[in-house]
Design a binder for this molecule. Sequence first.
Ligand SMILES: Cc1cc2nc3c(=O)[nH]c(=O)nc-3n(C[C@H](O)[C@H](O)[C@H](O)COP(=O)(O)OP(=O)(O)OC[C@H]3O[C@@H](n4cnc5c(N)ncnc54)[C@H](O)[C@@H]3O)c2cc1C
Length: 758
Amino acid sequence: MQNKYQTVVKDLVLVGGGHSHVAVLKRFGMHPVPGLRLTLIARDVHTPYSGMLPGFIAGHYGYDGCHIDLGALARFAGARLFHDEVEGLDLDERRVLCQNRPPVRFDLLSLNIGSRPNTVASPGAAELALPVKPIDRFLTRWGQLMQRVLDSASPVKLVVVGGGAGGVELALATQHRLQTELVARGRSAKAVHHTLVTDTPQILPSHNPRVRSKFERILMERNIPIHTDRLVSEVRPDRLVFEDGESLAADAALWVTQASAPAWLADSGLATDARGFIQVNERLQSISHTTVFAAGDIASVVGHPRPKSGVFAVRQGPPLAENLRRAALGRKLKPFRPQRHFLGLISTGDKYAVASRGGWSLEGAWVWQVKDWIDRRFMVKYNRLPVMKTQSETIVASGLADETALREISAIAMRCGGCGAKVGSTVLSRVMPRLETIPRDDVLVGLDAPDDAAVLAVPAGTHLVQTVDYFRAFLDDPYVFGRISANHALGDVYAMGAAPQAALAIATVPYGREEVVEDTLYELLCGALEVLSDAGASLVGGHSSEGQELAFGLAVNGLADMQALWRKSGMQPGERMVLTKPLGTGTLFAADMRHQAKGRWIQAAIASMSLSTRAAAQCLQRHGASACTDVTGFGLLGHLVEMTRASGVDVTIDLETLPLLEGAMETIRAGVFSSLQPQNVRLRRAIRDLETAAAHPVYPLLFDPQTAGGLLASVPAQNAESCVEELKGLGYGRAAIIGQVEPQQEALEPVRLIWDRG
Ligand SMILES: Cc1cc2nc3c(=O)[nH]c(=O)nc-3n(C[C@H](O)[C@H](O)[C@H](O)COP(=O)(O)OP(=O)(O)OC[C@H]3O[C@@H](n4cnc5c(N)ncnc54)[C@H](O)[C@@H]3O)c2cc1C
């Protein structure tokens, strides 16, 4: 595992968490290259293992059994995980262009993004058919299709378009699953009818005749007619239209046609083959750009054409890792020739499979068992990662740094030992022009005409609301960290009922080479600025320094009329307590640090923390909230008690209505708590009947510290339901009424916890 305090000399960026990159990550995790920073940009945080996908669809495997958790693997490898979709490359500037974040700089780039069935050639296919990739979208739509079949009173006609191994497996797997579900509900298996359509003269064209005849027989036995030599020229809502004008009735079309590549690859200037796949040499290196590598479906090895198959992607993993390491260290690359024949194990949906290699073929339930054993063994390699020691001694691997880099590194060492001060003015002078802050009339002196300090006007009749927050980075993506920090800081202003006006930023960026420091600072500020601009606040100044680790904070000003200010003291008996976001960020990030959180839990927590509080505050205002606070470091109970004390009231909280982030219950059950939790737990004395309440499984989450948590507001009873409905419509999908305000009673404890004890 990499040491996070090591100086970054080179950046290796991996795009796509496909079958080859999982091997690259594992290998770099086992044998890190000090000074080489790894970043994985992945659209999906859990990547499916293609061999088990048909078994998952057929219902033989659970989600986690056949998906590799890239969050855990990236953490193992010491790699930063950026959850995003790549949309282009700027090869001259060596930058990867993403959908939702600033460009990512690289010294070495590797692409393993797979392929998608071609939907462009058949009008209607992209909108109406279900392409099997991207897989997450397919799985969502497959779930909806299953429900549609199960709900339909009349038989549903499904057509699978594509006669390769993927199409055949998908037809048999979906049929098995649907028929099983129908029969389990006492319905006839005939309520779904499958057909297989292919534009080739035979199914499975890249396999031997024995395999083909076996599958022709199996498909016939399973009542799945095959239409060969049929090119679908259009997809309509109720049918497929063929080239000759004939058509086939179809309630849904599953699309598993020939693989295609995204257009942005060729547009970037990379050499690609006639179908748009990246042309690489035997070293898996682009034939046009030596700093770019590719593997898996997206690569086309010049002189060694092979079918698009997960088997090849898996095999290319270790040689790709080796050549990336060699390229980083300036060593000679090693050639790799993909094997010509491979063992294909094609499943039939019902725990039966056909083996195919060269000219021979075998079939049986035992073949499926062998396949199952191989596949599970593969998954164990990636989902049960060994515990590694952090490597701390070597600062930079020999061969990684050129002369300029070595000079810069020795200068950094001097800085670490001594002054450790401001980020250099050249870095700042390059970063600031790249950032745009919104102008405001009440910002008299801001960043557009920088001075020693900013000057702001406070419009007559309004009051200034001020707050400050500062964090050590709890995730390694500076852009997302910047966004969340800004959201967190603005939360206090919104909780006062104020409108953000301006902010000052304070940033600590890890020591490093100038271009690395520049990128980190830019990404951090870019994330924060996006949130500030969205809130209508101007960034008017700040201070940045270098230090051991990334940290960021904002001092935010807001403006409010005195009458509109929310105070914690405004709660009235009878009002309902509304919480706008789910709880659990503290335990989830504590679990992430210990490699105990699933990638999707962390991504869902990040999405929740990235959600601005602005619209929620406005909605609560519209519904007449009388008091409000934002739930942050003291946890729900801490902030609630602050409100009850100030308002002189008691509250009843229904534990079963508390919205929780996915995974929070699991991590709490596993005994993982944030380091702040023990301090927060001291407030338990505010709870009535503590002993009984403490036995409830949700109880520990009352003390879980939140980052960029939701607003907790007291809303008149008659408005509470409509307020929550509106909040849900505004994107706060987990907003909930969690309790009610009571008149203060004799008991000393202001909080009564209730739940269904049945
Ligand atoms: C139904 C079906 C069954 C199959 N069964 C088998 C089988 O049994 N054995 C076999 O060998 N092959 C099988 N295949 C083929 C196999 O799925 C592919 O050949 C294989 O997945 C390719 O692997 P890869 O590593 O190149 O890419 P993938 O496995 O597709 O992984 C690519 C990754 O990159 C990410 N990504 C994609 N685009 C972007 C982007 N722009 N930015 C960021 N990230 C991105 C994706 O999220 C994904 O995680 C099957 C295919 C289908 C459709």
